[in-house]
Design a protein around this ligand. Structure first.
Ligand code: HEM
Ligand code: FPP
Length: 313
């Protein structure tokens, strides 16, 4: 790279010069990809048929609502994000997007997505989306995150609502299947997040966020991961035997839960010094696997829905 291009690259990252990518990053697109996928699956596997354009629009507005909640979370948490290494490069702490701008974008997209989902699907789905945005921003980000180590257990419910919103968008109502999908994500969120917190503790320490690793230590966190992972098994099996389940979901539940429990037991038995010495390899692998776990279960629900449509089960 020449001096001139180096200079250009540096200039483009100067505070105050927001680019399209910064506005996109404000919507937390990577995390929201799984949120949107679970909403899509909730909508597709629900009984009845929705017009494809209405279905596409519904998922799009749920995605925009999820992104809006991400922007509002970044607006509120910009002080914490500025302290933690993992989040220092985000659009607000890096100075490329202003707090007021993020707030305006978050509020505008929230209002837009809720109204449009109401028009594309129904009022109940719109109410569900509004409640989910409220839960993530107000209940989790503003209230629980800074006040209790149970923050992600209770607050994590926000991330579990989207398949229910998808289901309501398609049917206008709720039943046991979307509740099981909710429970799967709800019980999954603690091991997903605490595995990551085990190798990022100092970050939350610095920011004064009372994550379980900070308040109760790693040993307790490891035990909590194992407990939630064990509780996940019956939920995954119940989903597999529910009307939306089938052979693909059952096979996924057996394989993924066996793997997840094995990983959680390994983390639980791990000596802290050994874990630190090997760079938290097992913790990182459980965190990565957690992402596959949820994608795989919801993917399997789609496969079973296709098998049912094809008359194969
Ligand atoms: C309050 C609960 C949760 C917390 C505290 C949490 C926290 C995190 C953190 C800190 C990361 C790592 C890096 C990052 O992208 O910033 C992450 C990654 C991720 N999370 Fe979560 N998470 C939670 C719930 C969820 C839920 C409900 C979903 C989806 C259903 C989800 C999906 C993902 C995905 C897909 C990634 C990978 C992102 C990437 O590849 O960069 N998370 N989570
Ligand atoms: C449809 C809709 C409104 C969906 C919302 C889905 C939702 C609540 C996802 C939450 C997942 C998430 C990004 C947690 C991060 O916690 P954090 O914000 O504490 O993580 P950070 O430290 O990376 O900022």
């Amino acid at each position: 790279m020449t001096d001139a291009t180096l200079h250009e690259a540096y200039d483009s990252a100067l505070p105050g010069e927001a680019q399209f990518g910064d506005y996109l990053a404000l919507l937390k697109p990577r995390v929201m990809s799984l949120v949107v996928f679970t909403a899509l699956v909730g909508l597709i596997v629900a009984p009845g048929s929705m017009h494809p354009i209405e279905a596409f629009a519904s998922v799009l507005f749920i995605a925009i609502g999820g992104g809006a909640s991400g922007a509002l979370n970044m607006w509120w948490d910009s002080d914490i994000d500025a302290v933690m290494k993992r989040t220092q490069g985000r659009p607000i702490p890096s100075g490329r997007v202003g707090r007021d701008e993020a707030l305006a974008i978050g509020l505008a997209l929230s209002g837009f997505s809720v109204v449009m989902l109401g028009l594309a699907a129904n009022a109940a789905a719109a109410a569900g989306l509004a409640f989910t945005i409220f839960f993530y921003v107000v209940v989790y980000s503003m209230w629980l995150k800074r006040s209790t180590p149970q923050n992600i257990v209770i607050g994590g419910a926000a991330g579990a609502f989207p398949p229910m919103i998808g289901w309501i968008a398609a049917t206008g109502t709720l039943s046991i299947e979307p509740v099981l999908m909710f429970l799967l994500i709800f019980m999954w969120t603690p091991p997903h997040f605490w595995a990551l917190a085990l190798f990022m503790r100092s970050d939350y320490d610095d920011a004064g966020v009372p994550m379980l690793t900070v308040t109760h230590g790693r040993r307790k966190t490891r035990a909590h991961i194992l407990a939630y992972t064990l509780l996940l098994c019956p939920v995954a099996l119940a989903l597999a035997f529910s009307p939306v389940g089938g052979p693909a979901t059952l096979a996924t539940a057996i394989l993924c839960n066996a793997w997840f429990v094995k990983g959680a037991v390994t983390l639980w038995r791990r000596d802290e010094e050994i874990a630190a010495a090997d760079g938290y390899k097992a913790e990182k692998s459980v965190f990565r696997f957690s992402l596959l776990y949820t994608f795989a279960h919801f993917g399997a629900l789609l496969v079973d829905a296709a098998l049912r449509t094809g008359g194969l089960i």
